[in-house]
Design a protein around this ligand. Structure first.
Ligand SMILES: *[C@@H]1O[C@H](CO)[C@@H](O)[C@H](O)[C@H]1NC(C)=O
Ligand SMILES: *[C@@H]1O[C@H](CO)[C@@H](O)[C@H](O)[C@H]1NC(C)=O
Ligand SMILES: *[C@@H]1O[C@H](CO)[C@@H](O)[C@H](O)[C@H]1NC(C)=O
Ligand SMILES: *[C@@H]1O[C@H](CO)[C@@H](O)[C@H](O)[C@H]1NC(C)=O
Ligand SMILES: *[C@@H]1O[C@H](CO)[C@@H](O)[C@H](O)[C@H]1NC(C)=O
Ligand SMILES: *[C@@H]1O[C@H](CO)[C@@H](O)[C@H](O)[C@H]1NC(C)=O
Length: 458
């Protein structure tokens, strides 16, 4: 099974289809026979339904076949036959005892989209909880908050199909923690897979998110630009480091990826499967875009008691704060580096938040100039590039130069400091400084972030 290609799995294995029986039951069945780890029993077990009318066995092939057959009808009937959009954002959500985050997630997504961009995107909220009451109530909450966005098909809802034994017998409540975890992961894998299959034809690209993630306000624009800038043979672009979240795919990869997740659903979390998938499709290494555009807000995992404390170390909002809240002397700033318009040069020099980001990797000889409007007597200069010491888009090879010349160019700089781990922090006693220059001294592969330039007067 595991070696087979997606098409073959779909066609050959799914021989027994509940659809052919035309019987639709409550979508979940509680099995008292299932023993964790007992794979053969689990997968091949024939279950006699309460009514005694059907004999249905759960299998991967049947699962995939059901998922595929639902594709045309599962998503918002009024939204079919609409034009293919640019991006689908899949947001699986389950009910949590302590707190629901999905509205916060949707809020951050929706508020980052302009009126025009809302025509280019579909947000699919997959209500994956086993408790139907809870699913309905989440859907109602979202509908009440965003009636017009639901109406315009920006937000669409997806439920697990009301089909007998859509899931294998996963729902037994007892067992050790590791057994519970294994069942939780198995169901999560199947949910991911179902969601991917349902989204296959909605758009050109697909982004996997979760219900406890927030996005920065410029996420959509950044995704589009990243796609433009990345060589076309990518399979997966990652906008968040952890888990199966913030991963971008071509929609044409969704069904084969979903098939691989189902193939391995009992033993491999989707967090790992997608990596195997892009390797199999000849993407040699991870493409991680930093600073990342999304971050986990959830502290209460959907598996009771499993706290999720991981935060993405590259997330923007953590790194917008500068070390010093400093009043730098007034200056004119210019650069020969290419500018990411969302993060202009001035943002690393002024204000307590924000930073400068280049839109392309920097090259040997690129400069960033700070020309003071009047001569300055300086006691300290602090420059940090990258997200934090030594990490994320630092200046790999470069120097900081101090000059007296008003044109800040062809001058002899009287002090030169080399960047170390992306930083320069020097205490000086220097009179009549006119300008400081950051000079790149070797081509580098990554873009440059200048997070902070703080200049202290005597
Ligand atoms: C269960 O099914 C697999 C293939 O799906 C087969 O190889 C295996 O022999 C079956 N096991 C039993 C106990 O029927
Ligand atoms: C389903 O969810 C509702 C509302 O969240 C809750 O009151 C009810 O107890 C849940 N039912 C089960 C079987 O867990
Ligand atoms: C998805 O689109 C492809 C190509 O347009 C088409 O062949 C396929 O039948 C569609 N699948 C579904 C489930 O609509
Ligand atoms: C700073 O920039 C302004 C506007 O571009 C310009 O008028 C002024 O002459 C510049 N000052 C210096 C010292 O270069
Ligand atoms: C810098 O130091 C010189 C010499 O001590 C002094 O004349 C000048 O006023 C100082 N400049 C500023 C801006 O404080
Ligand atoms: C100043 O530098 C530029 C570029 O580095 C060079 O082309 C030019 O000849 C220099 N001018 C002088 C006067 O040194």
């Amino acid at each position: 099974m595991e070696g087979c290609g997606p098409g073959i799995c779909l066609v050959v294995v799914g021989m027994v289809s509940i659809l052919q029986l035309g019987v639709v039951f409550h979508y979940l069945h509680y099995s008292s026979n299932y023993r964790p780890g007992d794979t053969q029993r689990w997968e091949n077990k024939t279950v006699t339904h309460k009514t005694g009318e059907d004999l249905v066995r759960w299998s991967k092939g049947r699962f995939l076949k059901i998922a595929e057959s639902q594709t045309r009808k599962s998503l918002a009937p009024g939204c079919q036959n609409l034009q293919t959009r640019f991006l689908t954002i899949g947001v699986p959500t389950v009910c949590r005892k302590q707190q629901q985050y999905v509205l916060t997630t949707l809020d951050s997504l929706v508020s980052g989209l302009s009126r025009g961009q809302r025509q280019e995107v579909v947000i699919v909220v997959y209500l994956a909880d086993q408790n139907e009451t809870c699913r309905r109530s989440t859907e109602t909450d979202v509908r009440q908050k965003y009636p017009s966005l639901v109406q315009s098909c920006l937000i669409r809802f997806l439920h697990p199909p009301a089909i007998s034994r859509f899931y294998p017998a996963l729902s037994r409540q007892s067992g050790t923690n590791s057994e519970k975890k294994a069942r939780w992961r198995s169901k999560q894998n199947l949910d991911f897979s179902y969601l991917l299959i349902q989204c296959q034809n909605l758009s050109t690209y697909y982004l996997q998110l979760e219900d406890d993630v927030i996005a920065v306000s410029w996420f959509y624009r950044s995704i589009k630009e990243t796609i433009k800038m990345t060589a076309s043979n990518w399979v997966c672009i990652e906008f968040i480091e952890l888990g199966f979240i913030g991963k971008l795919f071509h929609s044409s990869d969704l069904v084969p990826l979903a098939t691989m997740i189902v193939d391995w659903y009992q033993h491999t979390p989707a967090d790992d499967t997608y990596i195997e998938y892009y390797k199999k499709r000849q993407q040699k290494s991870r493409i991680l875009v930093t600073p990342t555009l999304f971050q986990h807000i959830g502290w209460h995992s959907s598996l009771d008691g499993r706290l999720q404390k991981l935060k993405d170390p590259y997330f923007e909002s953590d790194l917008e704060n500068k070390l010093f809240v400093n009043n730098n002397p007034p200056a004119n700033i210019s650069t020969t580096m290419t500018i990411d318009f969302q993060h202009p040069p001035r943002d690393c020099y002024e204000g307590s938040r924000g930073y400068f980001l280049t839109s392309e990797p920097v090259k040997d000889g690129n400069v960033f100039r700070v020309l003071f409007l009047s001569l300055q007597n300086l006691s300290r200069i602090f420059v940090q590039t990258g997200i934090s010491a030594g990490r994320g888009n630092i200046l790999e090879e470069g120097v900081l130069e101090l000059g007296k010349n008003i044109d800040c160019r062809n001058q002899s700089f009287f002090n030169v400091y080399r960047f170390h781990k992306g930083m320069v922090d020097v205490r000086i006693d220097q009179k009549d400084v006119r300008c400081i220059v950051i000079r790149v001294t070797a081509d580098q592969k990554s873009v440059l972030m200048i997070k902070e330039i703080s200049v202290f007067q005597k």
